[in-house]
Design a protein around this ligand. Structure first.
Ligand SMILES: C[S@@+](CC[C@H](N)C(=O)[O-])C[C@H]1O[C@@H](n2cnc3c(N)ncnc32)[C@H](O)[C@@H]1O
Length: 233
């Protein structure tokens, strides 16, 4: 029995695993020489790229239209990566000056089967499985990949707006996407992952990530959309 003033070992000292690094190394664990410590030296952060495009303040018309832009002026650098921007539907400012918007396709303004017109115009056409971007660059990455498995059939609003997953390769594609996005995320950077469970449960997708998520939230009438937060600690 420990007297009241003795030191009770903490979970870290006992070697409990509290996180896993991108390479699958345990951040805390019991090694041959005692507890494995968190690496104290983090890799250097790649400097943000100054953008040549002018700052555009494009405030939204819908939700948030009555709010004022953030008082801190945007710096016109690429600190944020939207890895699957599509038509940038979920952005309050669809041309945020500190964001690099990428997608693997472009689509000119096209009238959809539901009457809406959408356009896909990324800053750069790029595949999230193989990014032409340096390590440790972005403070925030948002990852909203397609979530519907390709079935063929007629043209549809959902397919054109959200894209589709390949039935045979979606696991490998999303696994490669997570690995690339954590590579370009800087240390202590945050990755927000959006997923809709129409075809694939969230747990099957989270099995493909190299880092454990911190917390998440469900939304939508059927609660099928999940927002999950990761941090590259
Ligand atoms: C669910 S939608 C994104 C919707 C977007 N967040 C919005 O607010 O409108 C998914 C997007 O991922 C793109 N995409 C699919 N595969 C990709 C890949 N390998 N690399 C980059 N983008 C990809 C699709 O073209 C599609 O525009």
């Amino acid at each position: 029995m420990c007297p009241s003033n003795c030191h009770q070992p903490t979970p870290k000292e006992q070697g409990e695993i509290v996180a896993t690094t991108l390479n699958g190394e345990r951040v805390y664990g019991m090694g041959a020489d005692g507890p494995i410590k968190t690496p104290t030296e983090k890799p250097p952060v790649a400097p943000p790229v100054e953008r040549e495009v002018p700052v555009v303040v494009d405030w939204p018309k819908g939700i948030g239209a009555d709010l004022k832009p953030h008082p801190v002026a945007p710096q016109n650098t690429e600190k944020i990566l939207d890895a699957c921007c599509g038509s940038r539907m979920f952005w309050f400012n669809k041309r945020h000056p500190d964001t690099l918007y990428i997608d693997n396709r472009t689509m000119p303004p096209t009238k959809q089967t539901n009457g809406a017109t959408i356009e896909v115009a990324p800053d750069r056409v790029m595949d999230f499985r193989n990014l032409d971007l340096p390590d440790n660059r972005f403070a925030l990455v948002v990852f909203d990949p397609p979530h519907i498995i390709k079935r063929g059939g007629k043209r549809s609003y959902m397919k054109e707006k959200y894209g589709e997953l390949e039935r045979a390769s979606w696991r490998d594609d999303l696994r490669a996407g997570f690995a690339e996005l954590f590579r370009v995320l800087r240390p202590d950077g945050v990755l927000i992952f959006k997923w809709n469970e129409t075809d694939i449960p969230l747990r099957e997708v989270l099995a493909l990530t190299p880092i454990q998520p911190l917390f998440g939230h469900r939304s939508g009438k059927a609660q099928k959309t999940h927002w999950v937060t990761f941090m590259k600690l």
